[in-house]
Design a protein around this ligand. Structure first.
Ligand code: BES
Ligand code: ZN
Ligand code: ZN
Length: 480
């Protein structure tokens, strides 16, 4: 789908559909066709959020159809609402075989809204069906999405973010047989080459030399070798401050649970256990194009968690890169084991601020469902920056507690720490575990197990991977 910007009045634009965003109870002005009033008078269209009405051959328009898109109450219409509305419109029209769409946002639309509308269209266009072979599946696609306006900057920003998020979604959607740690590293290398990022992929030998026993332990049961992917963005004119943002993403390409094996019901979804890593790679793609003034390094520890004959056992004790020992009480709590070595390495590379994104716990799904990301921190000020970025981008978060008392349950009789607490407060004890390896560096941990995957399609987004965190990370870097 081509994204275009066109100047000009809505009545002169040639397209299969001209879309107007209409607020609750506010009839669009300046439209000549009397049938528009009929739509309102009959109650068929009111402007309620995500409502859509289509009028063919409206008088005074060059476009073949006039599409009214319900924007809800004007006071509540945020950029996040605009993004979702745009996605819903795109998905509805695509389903009807409409090929060219033009959207008129009015002269007063801010750059933020324009970007959001472009993002929404690109996100709405994504389908998780690339492995279907039926040629008919591609019958319905939109060729062009045109924004009527003048802000090229806003359209470009929206395109960059929408494409980066969809790239992240396409990675998370790949099955475990096709997306191994080695493959994920290849994708990261390709992004780096295309975007002018530095890329370093540490293989198992290098990780062994660095003492990453915790990460390597998880990989033991798999025939696929582990990797630690590092992508570096350096601002062109040199960084403005000595701050160095580290983005760490969990990259478990498939999580069987290992010897503490998961129930088979629903296990197929564990292909998205690398969604944190995918978010970080997508964000780096966007960051390379948005060119913020802060130095950013991404680290993606990537492994496959399998119960092979060499797999680590419950009760095994591993020595992490930090020197601390961990008793692996449950091999299914593997995410934290790979993150801690990546975090220690991030600090060695000079990162002054750390954010990690991980599909870490089922417990966060129980606590917050699929709406909000669980956010944990050792630094309230830094968390506020991350929350501000997430709010602007409409990626909802909720701060979770980290009282010292929660640490109690991580005690091990045989090593410095056990890798699990009890069943209670599972997402919190997971965060407490990681915190032990972060030290004083300002750090935010984002548990995205509930938000990285949609079990049911939304009007604006297909079922499957969401690409959550890509926009927040890009915004965090550009706000720096
Ligand atoms: N990858 C899972 C967490 C997960 C659950 C992600 C549901 C997405 C959806 C993680 O590695 C895991 O298995 N966590 C365990 C931890 C437990 C053994 C302490 C969990 O949440 O059950
Ligand atoms: Zn697991
Ligand atoms: Zn996992």
């Amino acid at each position: 789908m081509e994204i275009r910007l066109a100047p000009g009045a809505p009545d002169t634009v040639e397209a299969d559909a001209l879309v107007l965003f209409c607020h609750d109870g506010v009839k669009p002005s300046g439209m000549a066709d009397a049938r528009l009033a009929d739509l309102y008078d009959s109650g068929e269209f009111t402007g309620k959020s995500l409502e859509i009405a289509i009028l063919h051959s409206a008088s005074g328009l060059k476009a073949k159809r006039l599409v009214l898109a319900g924007a809800g109450a004007e006071a509540k219409f945020t950029a996040a609402e605009a993004r979702n509305l745009s996605g819903s419109v795109l998905r509805t029209l695509k389903g009807k075989g409409i090929r060219s769409i033009a959207v008129s946002l009015g002269a007063s639309a801010s750059d933020e809204f324009i970007s959001a509308v472009v993002e929404g269209a690109i996100l709405g266009d994504f389908e998780p069906d690339r492995h279907k072979t039926d040629p008919k599946k591609n019958d319905k696609h939109v060729d062009s999405f045109t924004v009527l306006g003048t802000s090229q900057v806003a359209v470009d920003r929206g395109s960059i973010l929408g494409e980066a998020q969809n790239f992240s979604r396409s990675l998370s959607n790949e099955p475990g047989n096709l997306l191994t740690p080695t493959k994920l590293a290849e994708h990261a290398r390709e992004v780096a080459a295309a975007c002018g990022l530095e890329c370093d992929v540490l293989d198992e030998d290098r990780m062994r030399q660095l003492g990453m026993g915790s990460l390597l332990g998880v990989s033991m049961g798999s025939a696929e070798p582990a990797a630690l992917i590092v992508l570096k963005y350096t601002p062109a004119g040199g960084a403005e401050s000595k701050d160095h943002l580290g983005l760490v993403g969990k990259g478990v390409t498939f999580d069987t649970g290992g010897i503490s094996i998961k129930p088979s019901d629903g296990m197929e979804k564990m292909k998205y256990d690398m969604a944190g890593g995918a978010a970080v790679i997508g964000a780096m793609q966007a960051i390379s194009k948005l060119k913020p003034s802060v130095q950013v390094t991404a680290l993606i520890p990537t492994v496959e968690n399998m119960p092979g004959s060499r797999a680590q056992r419950p009760g095994d004790i591993v020595t992490s890169m930090s020197g601390k020992t961990v008793e692996v009480l449950n091999t299914d709590a593997e995410g934290r084991l790979i993150l801690i070595d990546a975090i220690t390495y991030a600090k060695q590379l000079g990162c002054t601020h750390l954010v990690d994104a991980a599909t870490l716990t089922g417990a966060i799904v129980v606590a917050l469902g699929s709406l909000r990301i669980g956010a944990f921190t050792n630094d309230e000020g830094f968390l506020q920056k991350v929350l501000a970025a997430s709010q602007t981008e409409g990626e909802k978060m909720w701060q979770m507690p980290m009282d010292e008392e929660y640490k109690e349950s991580l005690k091990s009789a045989f090593a410095d720490l056990g890798n699990i607490g009890g069943r209670a407060g599972g997402s919190i004890t997971a965060a407490m575990f990681i915190r032990e390896f972060v030290g004083e560096t300002p750090w935010v941990h984002l548990d995205i197990a509930g938000t990285a995957w949609l079990d049911e399609a939304k009007p604006y987004m297909a079922k499957g991977p969401t690409g959550i965190c890509v926009r927040t990370f890009a915004r965090l870097a550009s706000n720096w």
